[in-house]
Design a protein around this ligand. Sequence first.
Ligand SMILES: C[S@@+](CC[C@H](N)C(=O)[O-])C[C@H]1O[C@@H](n2cnc3c(N)ncnc32)[C@H](O)[C@@H]1O
Length: 248
Amino acid sequence: MRIDILTLFPEMFEGPFANSIIKRAVDRNLVSIYVNNFRNYTHDRHKIVDDCPYGGGAGMVLKPEPIFEAVEDLAGKPYVKNPKKPVILLSPQGRIFDQKIARQLSSCESLILICGHYEGFDERICQHLATDEISIGDYVLSGGEPAAIVMVDAIVRLIPGAIDELSAADDSFSRGLLEYPQYTRPAEYRNLSVPDILLSGNHSEIEKWRRAQALKRTLERRPDLLQTAMLTKEEEKMLSKLLAEESE
Ligand SMILES: C[S@@+](CC[C@H](N)C(=O)[O-])C[C@H]1O[C@@H](n2cnc3c(N)ncnc32)[C@H](O)[C@@H]1O
């Protein structure tokens, strides 16, 4: 997979991409990540990327020319939108990023992420260049860079070989549920003990406990997820029991 990021602040990616799982995936050639400064696609002496909004108002708007030219350079000219090769604008107005989108994007051949700044993008970029607009939540960041870092992290860890696939399978959201509680040594710490079942060595009972805990936790913290979660028959039974207990 190839990921290109278009940004005015390439230095912001240095730390996050030089560590941990992203670095390992790059070192293993599972993904190549290129951070491109779209200021390099300007043609004037001052390398201007923004201008005042038509109609007046506060702030500056990102001009279309450098971003169009940068995307054409990376995706080919004439540029034709291709949902299989997404060109994504980071925007608080986009659809909300989640594990499902991360999974879909992790199977793409290539991906271009465009980070906005100031007041955001000239609307022609949104309409004629982007295949999608994605937000990482209902709040406004100063720029798209932290959002792109979040997306790249979530996407790269889903590329086969990036992490232990068994551990990813149990991660929160992968089946629509939150993950069960985890414990590690010591078994007793300041009078706080690990649940006996986890020390029992009985793998099928441990598995059952974990599934029940994942359901319980999801019901308590994110009941909205249960509407679309993929539950087995046994999990449905466990959930009915939990709901019955809750209404007692
Ligand atoms: C200050 S914001 C612009 C907000 C814009 N004026 C609006 O109200 O929709 C500057 C840039 O930060 C990025 N950004 C801000 N919030 C974001 C979010 N929640 N998710 C993704 N990107 C975001 C976008 O790239 C945006 O163009």
